[in-house]
Design a protein around this ligand. Structure first.
Ligand SMILES: NC(=O)c1ccc[n+]([C@@H]2O[C@H](COP(=O)([O-])OP(=O)(O)OC[C@H]3O[C@@H](n4cnc5c(N)ncnc54)[C@H](OP(=O)(O)O)[C@@H]3O)[C@@H](O)[C@H]2O)c1
Length: 333
C-alpha cells in the first residue's frame, strides 16, 4: 500500500475532527464530496453526494453506519488486538493516501477524545533520529535532523494536541518556538518540564517565554520566581524527577487532555519508564552519525525480555520513514 504522508487536502477535515472531539464527539466520519473532505459526527452524516467515507470511531463501535458502508466507497478504522489501527473496507477501498493519513492521525484524535472523557491525558512522544538512533550531535548544536515533511508533520501534531511539551535542556539548548507555522491551525499550550528549575534560572529571553508564554512544571521547593511570560505549575516532590502520573494529573486539572512530547531523550525516557506514553512517533532520517546523543537514556537491562516492546506501523515522509509505535503497556483508546 502507498503510505506517503503528504495529503494536505485532508487537513481542514482533521482540524474539524479536532474541534468535534474537543466537544466530546467520539464517532467521526471523514467525507469527500466533490473532491473536498470534511469531518462530521457519524450519527448526523448524510450519505447524499459522498464519493468516499472513512469512519474513525471508538473501538466499541466497529460498524457505525451499515447503510453507508453498503452504498458508498467506505472504510472503517478498526483496532487490532495490539491496539494498532487497521481498516475494514467496502468492496472499493478509499484512496490509500487518505487511509495513511487517518492511520497516523486518527488514533491521536480518538485517544485525545477518550482521555478527555475519562479526565486523563493522551501522550504522544516524538523523536527524530538518525539510522543509528542519534537525536543530536555530541556538541548538542540545535539542528533539525528530519526533512521538511517531518517538520510539517510535527506542526500538524502540535495543532492537533492541546499542548506541546519539552524537557528543560531542550528548551535551553535549542531555544525552540514550538508553534504551529507550517500548516494553518490552533497554537498549542507550551509546557517545559524542569524539576530542578533550571529553566527558571536562565537570564535569557527564551522564545518560549514570548507571545502567549509557557508553563513550567517544577517542584514546589524550587525558589526561583517565574520570569515574565512563564506560569509555574508546582508539584510537591522531595527531589529531582517528577512522576509523570502526577504531572499529567495536574495538567488534566488545567484542561490539557492531549500532549505532544517532543523530547529530549531524558524527558521521553522518564515517561516511557513509567508507562506514561500512549504512542511514540519515530522519524528516521537516512544518515548515520556514529556519535552523539541517543534517543533514549534508560537503565541497563540484562535480557531482551526486559526491553520495552511496541506494535508498529510505518508511513513515509518524502522518502524518510515515520514509525507509529504503540507501547504494549498502553491503554486502548
Ligand atoms: N532529534 C530530536 O527529535 C530531538 C528532540 C528534542 C531534543 N533534542 C535534543 O536533545 C537534547 C536534550 O535532551 P536531554 O535528554 O539532554 O534533555 P531534555 O530531556 O530536553 O531535558 C532534561 C531536563 O528536563 C527536565 N525533566 C525531564 N523529565 C522530567 C521529569 N519527569 N520531572 C522533572 N523534570 C524533568 C529536567 O530539568 P531540570 O534539570 O530543571 O530538573 C531534566 O534535566 C538537545 O541536544 C536537543 O537538541 C532532539
Amino acid at each position: 500500500m502507498d503510505c506517503a504522508l503528504a495529503v494536505d487536502t485532508l487537513w481542514p477535515a482533521l482540524l474539524q475532527a479536532r474541534s468535534l472531539s474537543s466537544a466530546g464527539v467520539r464517532d467521526l466520519a471523514f467525507v469527500e464530496r466533490a473532491t473536498e473532505w470534511t469531518c462530521e459526527a457519524t450519527e448526523s452524516l448524510t450519505v447524499a453526494g459522498a464519493t468516499q467515507v472513512v469512519f474513525v470511531v471508538a473501538p466499541t463501535h466497529p460498524v457505525p453506519r451499515p447503510d453507508v458502508m453498503a452504498q458508498a466507497r467506505a472504510s472503517t478504522l478498526a483496532w487490532r488486538d495490539d491496539g494498532m489501527p487497521d481498516f475494514q473496507h467496502t468492496r472499493q477501498p478509499v484512496d490509500a493516501a487518505v487511509l495513511t493519513l487517518l492511520r497516523v492521525y486518527g488514533p491521536v484524535l480518538l485517544g485525545a477524545a477518550a482521555a478527555r472523557a475519562r479526565g486523563g491525558v493522551f501522550v504522544v512522544g516524538h523523536v527524530t533520529q538518525t539510522l543509528d538512533g542519534r537525536i543530536a550531535c555530541a556538541n548538542r548544536s540545535p539542528q533539525w535532523i528530519g526533512n521538511t515533511a517531518d517538520r510539517r508533520h510535527a506542526h500538524r501534531m502540535r495543532a492537533l494536541c492541546d499542548a506541546v511539551m519539552v524537557g528543560a535542556s531542550t528548551a535551553l539548548g535549542d531555544d525552540p518556538r514550538l508553534t504551529v507555522r507550517d500548516v494553518p491551525g490552533p497554537q498549542p499550550r507550551r509546557i517545559v518540564l524542569s524539576g530542578h528549575g533550571s529553566v527558571l534560572r536562565t537570564k535569557r529571553q527564551l522564545q518560549l517565554f514570548t507571545d502567549h508564554g509557557c508553563d513550567v512544571v517544577t517542584r514546589t521547593n524550587v525558589t526561583e520566581p517565574a520570569p515574565a511570560g512563564v506560569r509555574r505549575i508546582d508539584i510537591d516532590a522531595p527531589c529531582g524527577g517528577l512522576p509523570p502520573a502526577t504531572i499529567l494529573a495536574e495538567l488534566a486539572r488545567r484542561g490539557v487532555h492531549s500532549i505532544y512530547l517532543e523530547g529530549g531523550a531524558r524527558t521521553l525516557s522518564s515517561f516511557l519508564t513509567e508507562d506514561a506514553l500512549d504512542l511514540l512517533q519515530v522519524h528516521i532520517a537516512p544518515i548515520v552519525l556514529g556519535s552523539g546523543l541517543t534517543s533514549f537514556d534508560l537503565p541497563e537491562v540484562a535480557t531482551l525480555q526486559k526491553a520495552h516492546s511496541f506494535a508498529m506501523q510505518h508511513a513515509t515522509l518524502d522518502g524518510d520513514v515515520l514509525l507509529s509505535c504503540r507501547p504494549q503497556s498502553a491503554r486502548r483508546p
